[in-house]
Design a protein around this ligand. Structure first.
Ligand SMILES: [Zn+2]
Length: 123
């Protein structure tokens, strides 16, 4: 099975959010200046706080704390689809390297399955 990103050939804004947070330049700097690169894995490890599952978290304005890797994905790609999870190829929840992130289905734990190599299409 080949997975395709439906947003690839479309306007970023058409399928995702029209950049909800504003002040993106500042946010971009705030996030992409606060990680430590692991030269072995290429992971960008978030240096801020993390939640109980190890995901980097950040406060943006009055919004509830956000998962940093989702914001990193949106900043990098220009959109985010709330119906999809943003998964880590590297199985490192602290990582915010956009190259290590991809969209997965929210309803079937795709992220977990891929990380554990259990997904049927990988066999
Ligand atoms: Zn990574």
């Amino acid at each position: 099975m080949t997975r395709t990103n439906p947003a690839k050939n479309d306007s970023p804004v058409a399928l995702g959010h029209p950049l909800p947070f504003g002040g993106d330049k500042e946010l971009y700097y705030k996030i992409f200046s606060n990680y430590e690169e692991d030269i072995k894995t290429g992971c960008w490890n978030w240096r801020g706080r993390t939640n109980e599952k190890g995901y980097g978290m950040i406060d943006i304005g009055d919004n509830p704390p956000q998962r940093v890797h989702r914001i990193a994905f949106r900043l990098h790609n220009g959109y985010i689809n709330d119906n999809l999870m943003i998964c880590h190829k590297c199985d490192n929840p602290r990582c915010i390297n956009p190259e290590h992130l991809f969209e997965g289905d929210a309803w079937d734990n795709t992220c977990d399955m891929i990380n554990k190599g259990r997904a049927a299409w990988q066999k």
